[in-house]
Write a protein that binds this ligand. Sequence first.
Ligand code: SER
Length: 313
Amino acid sequence: MKNILITGVNGQIGSELSEKLGALVGLENIVGMDLRPATPPYQITHETVDVTKKEALRQVIEKYNIDTIFHLASLLSARGEMNPDQTWEVNMTGLKNVLDLSRGKNIKIFWPSSIAVFGPTSPKENTPQNTVVDPNTMYGITKRAGELLCQYYAGKFHVDVRSVRYPGIISYKTEPGGGTTDYAVEIFYEAIRNKIYTCFVGGETCLPMMYMDDAVRSAIEIMQADPEQIKIRSSYNLAAVSFTAEELTAEIKKNIPEFKCNYAPDFRQKIADSWPKTIDDSCARDDWNWQHEFDLAGITKIMLEKLREKLKL
Ligand code: SER
């Protein structure tokens, strides 16, 4: 990891991954790429490039002599349902471009998959690594197809690509955009601002979640692992903590007793219901020593503290 490219750098994960990688290899060795121009504090070199444009992507890779790509550019599950064609284009063409341009070049790739690869008939409890995958969103379909593409490129072209199936990611710096798990972030903003939140999934909805620091660390650790440790080249199940929307509300109430959460499920409920409640991530724990750090209480504490600072409330 000498010259690193992060696609989708303006997004929820990209903005924090760039900081952590900067601390590791030096900010001057990181290039951020996004459809949108750079956002402050402008710490790294930025290229405003669309990942579906292969030639433009090739030029960026060559210009900076890139040897590692964290390919994060993607449309998420809920927004993806508003525009399935664009989701296919960005998620699949983008990934295939990255894989193609890395063939024979010794470029190492991290690409996130998601719990969205699972679907209505996948087991919901302790969902195994290898089981029924029948995604029912375009996002989930692109993630599952992407996993198979990664495995294929690793086997056929020896591309060193590594991947994890992220659960919902909770963070305070950059808001998520268009995911089904976004309620687990929005709830903190509204608890602090208005002491009331209307949640778009029911209170009993239980989904796997992870705090951003754990998510970023998992990406860095899987990339630092020896190649022999990476026995799965599609994507690893990855887990930290699972809780219902009601349990999250109760945890917030310990800190803000007057907080009230109402539940008004919309189209995202069906997506949430098709995903696992809990995940068996023993392969990641065994193969490259994955361990999460933050539980529900820890996540709630840090989110409330940091958002109060950020919102000056
Ligand atoms: N957080 C994502 C979403 O909700 C899941 O990968 O779409």
